[in-house]
Ligand binder design. Sequence first.
Ligand SMILES: [Zn+2]
Ligand SMILES: [Zn+2]
Length: 367
Amino acid sequence: MTDNDTSLPGERRHGAGTYQMLWNCRFCGTEKLLGLQHRHCPNCGAAQDPAWRYFPSEADMVAVEDHRYVGADRICPACSQPNSAAADFCVACGANLETGQIASTQGVRELGTGAAETDTRRDVVLDRFQAEMMRVRGEEKARPVLLGLTRTHLILIGVLLAVIACVAAGVYAVTYRKAASGTVQAAAWERVIEIQEFRALTDEAWRDQVPAGAYDLSCRERQRDTRRVEAGSHEECSDIDQGDGTFRRECRTVIDYRDEPVYDSYCRYTVNRWMSSRSVSAAGEADQSPPAWPVFQLSAGSGGDRLGAEREGERREVYRVVIEANGQQHVCEVPDLATWQQYTEGRAVDLKLTITGAVDCASLRPR
Ligand SMILES: [Zn+2]
Ligand SMILES: [Zn+2]
């Protein structure tokens, strides 16, 4: 929306102030009667009912000059005539207004940037019928079914019990263990050494995030962020039914914002780094060869920070044993060499099986 759009409705719209609510006579059909002036229908004499009042459209708005607000109307307990809150006795029948109810209002109408193009009259009879239907339906739903509990309560309790049962079954299945015994059939080892190479690496980053030692920088401007900036203002109004046949229009100035791009340098650069390039490994069976680290050769010219140079990286070792238990073969990894050496071929072991018959490797012990 541009600045021009916001000023247009403002010209057609009435400003802050006090205006007449309107009402339609339900008895003779006279429309757009004034809420403050016409306490009775000038056509047939019927008393105004505050429930019939509505906010007028912009074109039908009638300003009230020098209006002194004394509070929402009081309904006469004897003849239902709405009276000014300042009155002690009914203007129509003279009854004491002390026990009279405060008139209901039409609440608040929000206008935003536009004008009130239509009035807000509603079908009061239909509204009441629908409210009654909602109330009856609500009561039906809340009727107790068993032991003072409603159907909704029973469904909730059933769902809760089902969830608890599922969780309990899950915990049982995961933690279930059955003791068993087995025999070591084989034991194997594997040792791996990672080899790193000093390489030129190309990457991109914002200028303030380019790593130290980077070279061959090539940067260009690019949008990095957005910033909120003020961009004029517009007026928003709301109409408040005062309950005495008038409404109050209140307007406030709302500041508009727009997003503005923020630019920064985005750079392509090269930097030299040690990168994992290859690995060498050795493996064997316990009965054929004892565990040993693989023998390897670094590339020519290694031993410094020169492109193409190599160095040794991380070392890894893995020890496995094959167990026969319950007529099935299972493979377990053991944590270190000393533990692995206890599992010589043919040795009896104690272990635990899970609910699916798999070995819980953490429970593996030589007998
Ligand atoms: Zn009338
Ligand atoms: Zn009265």
